[in-house]
Design a protein around this ligand. Structure first.
Ligand code: HEC
Ligand code: HEC
Ligand code: HEC
Length: 135
């Protein structure tokens, strides 16, 4: 419950941050130019995300959170939004992680938007294969 309350207040705060991001994108120059900040590392080459980038940017917290509640409390497995899946495709080629360095995929955006997630206290931020290979 404490986690849930904190998540809600964070989500509210960050909805404001996201609104600011969107607004600056709309007032920026038109054409092919991308949202100026932050710099986001590319996903593994030759893959496609589980949804289009705009949907992912907007909806990924809900996708993951819903999944978390169902998995931990209901024991449901195998739905679309897997955290392991995100990490397999989005781990940095430099650090092998999504959250070890400021430029890593999840971290780059979250520090820009001042989002703090506790997920990697329990979950590995690196693909399982790279951990397994060490043994
Ligand atoms: C207190 C420990 C803990 C924290 C913190 C935590 N999880 Fe989990 N999570 C678990 C456990 C336990 C499972 C079920 C076992 C498993 O599948 O690894 C799980 C499973 C999941 C799954 C389904 C399995 C998978 O890998 O896709 C997702 C998605 C998920 N968590 C997302 C998150 C997200 C997002 C956060 C941060 C907002 C988070 N979790 C934070 C313990 C935690
Ligand atoms: C099979 C590989 C794969 C998986 C799994 C995957 N992604 Fe992606 N993701 C990509 C690719 C590739 C892109 C670049 C856009 C595209 O081609 O779809 C991307 C784009 C994104 C973007 C937009 C980034 C930007 O530049 O604005 C976000 C956000 C995102 N993914 C989050 C996630 C999250 C969160 C998960 C897990 C729930 C996830 N992705 C799972 C491959 C993947
Ligand atoms: C394109 C930028 C971007 C990328 C890349 C990104 N996020 Fe986020 N994320 C955000 C923003 C902005 C928020 C807060 C706004 C919101 O809640 O809708 C957020 C919120 C979250 C939340 C909810 C936090 C809370 O407690 O409210 C989770 C969980 C999360 N992201 C997981 C991830 C994971 C895991 C990755 C990497 C696989 C990732 N995100 C990559 C921008 C991003």
């Amino acid at each position: 419950m404490r986690w849930f309350a904190r998540t809600l207040s964070l989500a509210a705060t960050l909805a404001v941050a996201l609104g600011a991001l969107t607004a600056s994108a709309q007032t920026g120059s038109s054409g092919d130019s991308r949202v100026p900040l932050p710099t986001i590392e590319s996903a593994r080459a030759g893959t496609t995300c589980i949804a289009d980038p705009a949907t992912m940017r907007r909806d990924h917290p809900g996708m993951l959170k819903h999944q978390r509640d169902e998995t931990v409390h209901g024991g449901i497995r195998g739905a679309t939004a897997s955290l392991k899946g995100c990490i397999d495709c989005h781990a940095s080629t430099k650090t092998g992680s999504v959250a070890a360095a400021p430029g890593d995929f999840c971290q780059s955006c979250h520090s820009y938007a001042a989002v703090k997630i506790d997920c990697f206290e329990c979950h590995s931020a690196k693909p399982a294969t790279s951990v397994a290979r060490k043994k």
